[in-house]
Design a binder for this molecule. Sequence first.
Ligand SMILES: [Zn+2]
Length: 415
Amino acid sequence: MKKKFFNAKIYRNDTATEMIVEDGKITHIGTNLPKCEEEIDLEGKLVMPPYVDPHLHLDYVYTLSELGQEGAGSGTLFEAIELWPKFKETLTVESVKRLALKGIKDEVSQGVQHIRTHIDVTDPNFTALKAMLEMKEDLKHLVDIQIVAFPQEGMYMFKGGRDLVEEALKMGADAVGGIPHYEPAREFGEKSVHDIVELALKYDKLIDVHCDETDDPHSRFLELLNALVLMEGYGSRSTASHTCSFGSADDSYAFRMMDLFKKSKLNFISCPTENAYLQGRQDTYPKRRGLTRVKEFLESGINVAFAQDSINDPWYPMGNGNMMNILDNGIHLAQIMSPEEVKTNFDLITYNGARCLNIQDGYGLEVGKRANFIVLNESSVYEAIRKRVDVLASVRGGEYLFKRKETEYDISLEL
Ligand SMILES: [Zn+2]
């Protein structure tokens, strides 16, 4: 059956106000389109492709409160990594699924339809990976999930870590992960970056590395990762997550590197709330806030997206899957609120994330693409961001995943 969604304000499209959907795909987009059997009035609201959360740890969500360990300590990154094995030993396939489902529901109910999740594979039983591979299939009607084989405790710091990553790729993980700044010496961090690229090429997988998630400006695994994917022509299939240390790099180095990032087409993911919380812990004042050079990446045409990273886990006690919250924090920390910048700020949680995930061919509001979109409770981009508006509806394959009412008042404020 043909369906027409009309009276829409379509993000990054100044003319079209209507879309026709048939068999789950967008068949027309424009104005004054032919009549359809079913017509849905979107009341002038802003319509955009679904939010993308390109970096989330679904095997960690809610472990902080639900598994009742001793809490997240003082809240530094390295301390949380040390705490994690105690949590990990209590996981079962069922517990991972139960908690991950809560996290997925948080995200999907707020407009996310694409999640890239890092799953810890420094576990010879692959408990979390097995759970997530099943969930990925079972939840296809709600959300597209990409799985990164992530060696949380290191490829070398954890004995046999590299081989576990390889095994996870054979089991069906979509991307190779890594954590070079956590390896016990620079040499092993570098070795792990070589391994990551070799494994990706060998198994035809994407790359997404937790890279230089430290304030140490001498942590430069990003330089090596970029060089390797540049030489292999693999940058657009590769992502460097976090890259906090690049926010502490001096300009002469940073601008030389940004030229090389442009050449390689490497993607970046910044987790603004998480890293604002975790970084700068050894600083007194001025205190760094953990952000990579988001503003300069955008100005240079280097692809960068924002992500949630954690929901209530040993790394970060907050988080609720609301990408609008991530965007709001991110544009403050990155100082990107000029009228020109605001026009495309939503790219940071939509199109740019889709590029990191390499799904851009099937993503977006264009004829021939899947009819996946969300409806925001505002008609202008600026007002939507300023008011941090809710997602009123999420549509997938032309069908509503959910639809919510605007807030109603029992007693409204009168002025
Ligand atoms: Zn992460």
